[in-house]
Design a protein around this ligand. Structure first.
Ligand SMILES: Cc1ncc(COP(=O)(O)O)c(C=O)c1O
Length: 393
């Protein structure tokens, strides 16, 4: 198995070292890590290890590593999120993780409001809308500014009737960082709980879930963590976890699953009490390499490089007179830059055809997302290609 030499990203040689670990970056200008992070070379080794275990050890693999893979994967991720050990369970995706949290609460009493911003990722709205049938009242807090959370209005909407506050740490359409600490503080003052969706931040924005006293956090590994699909995660604050009894669980949440006891569950401790059924083992193997690389470089170093590269994109976009749907102030901006040009969707398609891989979101624009493996030259190439396409339209 390949071993990764711990290397920072301070010099051109470091960057070139890391580029050699991500095959796709040699084939195109890969600026889409907010959507699908590049696959590390080492991921193939881990997936091979999974296949070898299955093929040579068969059912014995469960007790030779597979059953523990969820907890171990969560523990690899924990330092990246600023979470203590043994607080993260692994799930298929964010929706499943949110559903498990939602199933810990009741919605029939006076505390039944779920407060969200209009700017939230759509599936967060869809899931909680479904809880109206159990009595939940859904409050969408408007934002006059389509890029930013209206923090004061949002805080004012959280009161003694609020049960849950799902909130993205980094908004998917604008890459704006929300004031999670202020929201957690207000929620705690009135007895509500916050579910931070950290998907668009994890691996590029430093986080301190423990220090922020976050109740819950959810996310996935597809984007900045370069971990591929199927490795969603759920963090629960340890003291809170001990008091919760999720309804949406399966046999893996039992304190002694191999007893196969029927009737009411006897809950395991954190994090297994939030598990459903058989773990998604291949995804846990595929997630490892990305986590190891992000942890070995360190999120603060990734953040410094990200700010430098996104600043370069912003300067070029401003010089060309494009509209930016992303905050220009560093402290407010996550890892992407959203550029709004006329016929954005067609322009994004043409960029992709020319080997500059980006995406487009309606009502936002072309999203470009440099990660630690991108270079200044790639930013310049992407912006020059964009200018060519726009001027020839
Ligand atoms: C902030 C945010 N939350 C949730 C999701 C979707 O999560 P999942 O597909 O894991 O449910 C995305 C995907 O783009 C996202 O950006």
């Amino acid at each position: 198995m390949r071993t990764l030499t711990p290397t920072g990203i301070a010099t051109a040689a470091d960057i070139s070292h890391w580029r050699s670990e991500f095959p796709i970056v040699e084939t195109c200008t890969y600026l889409v890590s907010h959507s699908l992070g590049a696959m590390p070379r080492k991921t193939a080794d881990y997936l091979q290890e999974f296949a070898d275990m299955w093929s040579t050890r068969g059912v014995r693999a469960w007790h030779e590593g597979w059953w523990e893979a969820g907890r171990e994967t969560g523990n690899l991720l924990a330092p990246i999120l600023g979470a203590p050990k043994n607080t993260i369970s692994m799930h298929q995706n964010v929706t499943v993780a949110q559903g498990i949290i939602a199933s810990c609460f009741t919605y029939g009493g006076p505390r039944r409001r779920i407060v969200m911003t209009e700017l939230e990722f759509p599936s967060n709205h869809y899931l909680f809308e479904g809880f109206r049938r159990y009595g939940a009242e859904i409050v969408y807090v408007p934002s006059a500014d389509p890029i930013r959370l209206d923090v004061q209005r949002f805080l004012d909407a959280i009161d003694e009737h609020t049960v849950l506050v799902p909130l993205s740490l980094v908004l998917f359409k604008s890459a704006c960082i929300t004031d999670a600490r202020a929201v957690i503080e207000k929620a705690h003052r009135v007895g509500a709980h916050v579910i931070l969706d950290v998907y668009q931040g994890a691996g590029t924005v430093p986080m301190d879930l423990e220090g922020w006293h976050a109740d819950f956090a959810v996310g996935g590994s597809v984007k900045w963590l370069c971990g591929g699909p199927g490795a969603g995660y759920l963090f629960v604050r340890p003291d809170l976890a001990a008091t919760l009894k999720p309804a949406f669980i399966g046999w893996a949440a039992h304190e002694s699953p191999f007893e196969f006891a029927t009737g009411p569950v006897r809950y395991a401790g954190n994090p297994e009490r939030f598990q459903s059924g058989t773990p998604n083992v291949p995804s846990l193997y595929s997630a490892r390499a990305g986590y190891e690389i992000v942890a070995s470089i360190g999120v603060p170093a990734i953040r410094r490089r990200s700010l430098m590269l996104t600043r370069r994109l912003i300067d070029a976009a401003m010089a060309a007179g494009y509209r930016l749907n992303t905050p220009t102030a560093d402290h407010e901006r996550g890892g992407s830059v959203i550029i709004d040009v006329p016929n954005g969707m067609a322009v994004a398609d043409e960029l992709i055809r020319r080997g500059v891989i980006v995406d487009y979101r309606p009502g936002a624009g072309i999203r470009m997302a440099p990660h630690f493996y991108n270079t200044e030259a790639e930013i310049d190439h992407a912006m020059a290609t964009l200018a060519e396409i726009v001027s020839s339209a």
